[in-house]
Design a protein around this ligand. Structure first.
Ligand SMILES: NC(=O)c1ccc[n+]([C@@H]2O[C@H](COP(=O)([O-])OP(=O)(O)OC[C@H]3O[C@@H](n4cnc5c(N)ncnc54)[C@H](O)[C@@H]3O)[C@@H](O)[C@H]2O)c1
Ligand SMILES: [Zn+2]
Length: 350
């Protein structure tokens, strides 16, 4: 099964396949000019073992983590790759989560002014989010993802077999983004998520990707349009503030902070009369997928001033207003709220 979408006159192609089929494709197509980058945590995978054996001199192994997305690491890696030898027709194959994918995409987009990148996302978050849409990047010491490019991979291969080795907590983080899609625009996804049994993961991934792609038709974010990429930030304005405030020494992962952010942003939607259903049904879904729901530990009278400070420094703040994504009858939309109002709302709903 394939998903195709034209973005900035280029085809974004995402193909779903089983591991045996992926193996055939890769073994037949990878050449000795290509570069392979693997996440250390997937080395036990039989396909990865075979690739390492077949292309021992062209492989790099990196332990995926937010800290690998920095300039120092980028420069070490790019020099190593250039030293090995690359040509215009070299293809970079990356196998890993979002951190390794973002770094590899940035490398591919800058080596020789751009060589092709084939992405094989191996975390759930990377399958439904970071491998989709062509954003690459690394972090600056002044903030996350501040250095990067828009660069569509030549292909994205989704092989859910990789998820068998993914830790439970990482699976939950992927579900946070999936639940976000279900609220902003996909009733079909919502129905699948609330079913008694956990649905077919490939169907869930496919619906999530289609949901994200609705907001991506070109690279620049257009705040004014109905399908603005910014709508994908539902749960992220407050979620990021919680994540970056680090109240409990960084023990919250991104998806977990977004889980709490979504609860609060849905409560705001409800308080402002845009959302008329029960917020509790979101809480039940989050619980079902092992995500945290107790926001009072992070959002309370003591922490609200710090959170508001973080939101003010967030790049989404223009003058005194913040663009926050709320949920209404027809899904996600952007609402401008003044920082002062947001603060008083937070005190009401905490
Ligand atoms: N480019 C974009 O549009 C975009 C969108 C969303 C997020 N992101 C970025 O994605 C990153 C987060 O991605 P992530 O959550 O995948 O993080 P990650 O790359 O750190 O992976 C999470 C953990 O899972 C491990 N892992 C990955 N696949 C595995 C597997 N199959 N089996 C066992 N372990 C496995 C990794 O080693 C790591 O420990 C962030 O840096 C974020 O900025 C980018
Ligand atoms: Zn996110």
């Amino acid at each position: 099964m394939k998903i195709r979408k034209i973005i900035d006159k280029r085809v974004h192609e995402i193909e779903f396949l089983k591991i045996a089929h992926l193996e055939k494709k890769l073994i037949n197509n990878i050449s000795n000019l290509d570069i392979l980058i693997f996440d250390k945590n997937i080395l036990k995978n039989i396909l990865i073992k075979k690739l390492l054996k077949k292309f021992p001199k062209r492989c790099f192994v990196i332990k995926g983590h937010e800290k690998i997305k920095n300039l120092k690491n980028y420069s070490i890696l790019i020099e190593k790759i250039i030293k090995l030898g690359v040509q215009r027709k070299t293809i970079i194959y990356s196998f890993g989560g979002g951190t390794l994918g973002d770094l590899s995409g940035f490398l591919a987009s800058t080596i020789l002014r751009g060589v092709e990148h084939v992405m094989i996302p191996t975390s759930l978050l990377a399958m439904v989010d970071s491998s989709i849409g062509g954003k690459t990047g690394i972090n600056s010491k002044f903030g996350k993802n501040l250095i990067g490019t828009f660069y569509l991979p030549k292909k994205v291969f989704i092989c859910s077999d990789f998820l068998k080795s993914l830790p439970k907590r990482e699976i939950a983080c992927g579900y946070a983004e999936i639940i976000k899609y279900s609220l902003i625009n996909s009733k079909q996804l919502h129905r699948l998520l609330i079913k008694q049994s956990k649905g077919d993961i490939n169907e869930i991934i496919k619906l999530s990707i289609n949901s994200k792609l609705k907001y991506i038709s070109d690279f620049r974010e257009k705040l004014k349009t109905k399908n603005s990429r910014a709508i994908l930030n539902f749960g992220h304005t407050i979620g990021h503030a919680i994540e970056n405030s680090n109240f409990y020494k960084g023990n919250l992962k991104h998806g977990e902070a977004i889980s709490l952010g979504m609860i609060l942003e849905l409560k705001i939607s409800s308080l402002l009369n845009y959302y008329s259903k029960r917020v509790d049904s979101l809480i039940e879904v989050l619980k079902k997928y092992n995500l945290p729901i107790n926001h009072t530990k992070y959002v309370n009278n003591r922490t609200i001033p710090t959170l508001i400070n973080k939101i003010t420094f967030d790049k989404k703040v223009i003058n005194e207003d913040v663009n926050i994504v709320l949920i209404g009858k027809n899904g996600g939309f952007i609402k401008k709220i003044s920082i002062r109002d947001l603060k008083s709302i937070l005190y009401q709903i905490k």
